[in-house]
Design a protein around this ligand. Structure first.
Ligand code: OGA
Ligand code: MN
Length: 299
């Protein structure tokens, strides 16, 4: 049976039915999913009964997988496979992380609007987040459409930001929350990388803003001015008309296009309820400056 595509919003989010992603997938179903993913930047697949291996196998159809950032830290024990980002609130023994646990404080950065891995030279193409357990209240994930947000900018702003290059580092987003506990290996791994502020998507041909809380400086611009511009663009791009808010059901898989969305996790009582969420992330094809034909000097 062919998959179903049910729009949730007109052109940003859709729900996909009649497919079991934990089993080998038919080529025409995969093609239909990829076609839907070119139009809708967020796809929701209810009722997917993955284990870690089947989740990773499905993700590999979209490209090479990223390795979790926690691997950069020598004293960090991974709870999950190194290709899965552990975005829940559990420790290696599946107990709720304590308030001052480093991993909890670090993951609080997910509450800020961001796109995944824009702090890597080759950033993420897409993320695939699976809900293994969820709190009964709170903990939604919000997504904002950076293509629609770009289209809605005044022409003058489009001209002003064309060709600009921002510096992204995970230390920038964490610093916003007062978190600076990085060891030497992490400081080396998390040095700022250049990313274009505006990109064209190769598959749909649409233009998109490319911003995140990881962005701090803009090349050739004074720091204060850069920060003000990034804040202004973020405010514009996260207005309600550009946002889809996902209320999780257990076993939902949500996949989003990191090239043209931002997302953030909403609050929940994380000292009371377990939230076990596992993310596979597929790398993009090249650095964004290269994709946009910009030669960028190494720092
Ligand atoms: C992520 C993320 C937010 C959430 O998985 O990349 O930012 O709601 N998640 O868990
Ligand atoms: Mn994220």
């Amino acid at each position: 049976m062919a998959i179903t595509v049910q729009p949730i919003t007109e052109s940003f989010a859709a729900e996909i039915g009649d497919v079991d992603l934990a089993r080998p997938i038919a080529a025409d179903d995969l093609a239909a999913i990829r076609a839907a993913f070119t139009r809708y930047a967020v796809l929701v697949f209810p009722d997917q009964h993955f284990d870690d291996d089947s989740q990773l196998d499905f993700a590999r159809h979209f490209g090479p997988l990223e390795t979790t950032v926690f691997k950069a830290r020598k004293d960090h024990k991974l709870r999950l496979h190194e290709n899965l980002a552990d975005v829940g609130n559990l420790d290696v023994e599946n107990r709720i992380l304590e308030t001052n646990d480093r991993q909890r404080l670090y993951n609080l950065g997910n509450r800020l609007w961001h796109t995944d891995s824009s702090f890597k030279r080759v950033p993420a193409y897409c993320s695939m987040l699976h809900a293994r357990s969820i709190p009964p209240i709170g903990g939604q994930t919000e997504f904002a459409d950076m293509r629609a947000a770009y289209d809605a900018l005044p022409e003058e702003t489009k001209r002003r930001i064309a060709g600009l290059v921002a510096e992204h580092s995970i230390m920038t987003s964490r610093a916003r929350l007062g978190f600076s506990d990085f060891d030497e290996g992490e400081r080396e791994a998390f040095k700022p990388v250049p990313q274009v502020l505006v990109r064209r998507l190769q598959d749909s041909g649409r233009m998109s803003l490319y911003i995140a809380s990881h962005a701090g400086a803009i090349r050739g611009m004074a720091d204060g001015e850069a920060r003000a511009l990034l804040d202004e663009l973020t405010r514009h791009a996260t207005q309600r008309q550009f946002v889809y808010s996902h209320r999780w059901r257990v076993h939902d898989l949500v996949i989003w296009d990191d090239r043209c969305t931002m997302h953030r996790g909403m609050e929940f009582d994380d000292q009371r309820y377990a939230r076990d969420m596992r993310r596979a992330t597929v790398a993009d094809v090249a650095p964004t400056c290269e994709q946009m034909g910009l030669a960028v000097a190494a720092e």
